[in-house]
Design a binder for this molecule. Structure first.
Ligand code: C2E
Ligand code: MG
Ligand code: MG
Length: 247
């Protein structure tokens, strides 16, 4: 907890951006913001090692707000520079979803940096939403009213009820890495992927596949009609300056 506080105060966190490629056009139309901690001696520390602790201590609230502000400022800068529009996704933890002033915070940040809401997408996991479905529904409707897009992250790995897919006002399903890994040799994963993509499209949702590492995986997903892919094959998480080269 002490080092997390220090890291926030000393501005040792950094936002990396992982490009997302639209399969129809080959264009990089979005990126996911992923937090890193850069330490003078220990180098980069991945969020898997500190986000759970930040959630436990509640520090994810100020850290998450810092991520949102950093991303929106960056996105507004790119827009002012006249670069092609790129939607940036920010991960929200269940602790942030339970903050009563989350919507006001989002609105304030977007206003202060002068960024249209559709440039921002929020990623929430099904597990986080299922903790309190009624308030999650209210919250997602508020996002929708604000014009902010929502993606369901790590789809297929939590305890989601398919019934909620119908009710939740979400825009995108992000299919978890575990269904994409080794897909060429895994007939069961092929069935699951094909069916999830068809189901999502029938419900008017876009589909992003995560963890695409090989051209072969990309080709299979393309043949299934998957809308976009993210993963090392398209690009690893990178600094903002490097992402611009992909626009
Ligand atoms: P996530 O949102 O599902 O993010 C995707 C993770 O998969 C990232 O790990 C990314 O680096 C990794 N990844 C991307 N492409 C590939 C690939 O081709 N192969 C493999 N093996 N992995 C790939 P990362 O950056 O370590 O983040 C882990 C998790 O930490 C994220 O999972 C997210 O849940 C959380 N996280 C990251 N940044 C934030 C943040 O700003 N706020 C919150 N609340 N959580 C965050
Ligand atoms: Mg994510
Ligand atoms: Mg994910």
């Amino acid at each position: 907890e002490t080092w997390l506080r220090y890291a926030l105060k000393r501005q040792e966190f950094e936002v990396y951006y992982q490009p997302k490629q639209t399969l129809m056009t080959g264009r990089i139309a979005g990126a996911e913001a992923l937090i890193r901690r850069c330490h003078p001696e220990q180098g980069y520390i991945s969020p898997g090692r500190f986000v759970p602790l930040a959630e436990e201590t509640g520090l994810i609230v100020p850290i998450g707000e810092w991520v949102l502000r950093t991303v929106c400022e960056q996105s507004a800068r790119w827009r002012q520079q006249g670069l092609p529009p790129v939607q940036i996704s920010v991960n929200l933890s269940s602790v942030q979803l339970n903050q009563p002033n989350l919507c006001q915070t989002l609105e304030r940040i977007l206003q202060e940096v002068d960024l249209p809401a559709h440039y921002l997408e929020l990623e929430v996991t099904e597990t986080a939403l299922m903790q309190d479905v009624d308030s999650a529904l209210r919250l997602l409707h508020q996002f929708k009213d604000q014009g902010i897009q929502v993606a369901l992250d790590d789809f297929g790995t939590g305890y989601a009820s398919l019934g909620y897919l119908r009710e939740l006002p979400i825009d995108t399903l992000k299919i978890d890495t575990c269904f994409v890994r080794g897909i060429a040799q895994d007939p069961k994963n092929q069935v699951i992927l094909r069916r999830i993509i068809a189901l999502a499209h029938d419900l008017d949702l876009a589909v992003v596949a995560e963890g695409v590492e090989q051209a072969e995986e990309m080709e299979i997903l393309k043949s299934y009609g998957c809308d976009a892919i993210q993963g090392f094959w398209v690009g690893i998480p990178m600094q903002a300056g490097d992402l611009v080269q992909h626009f």
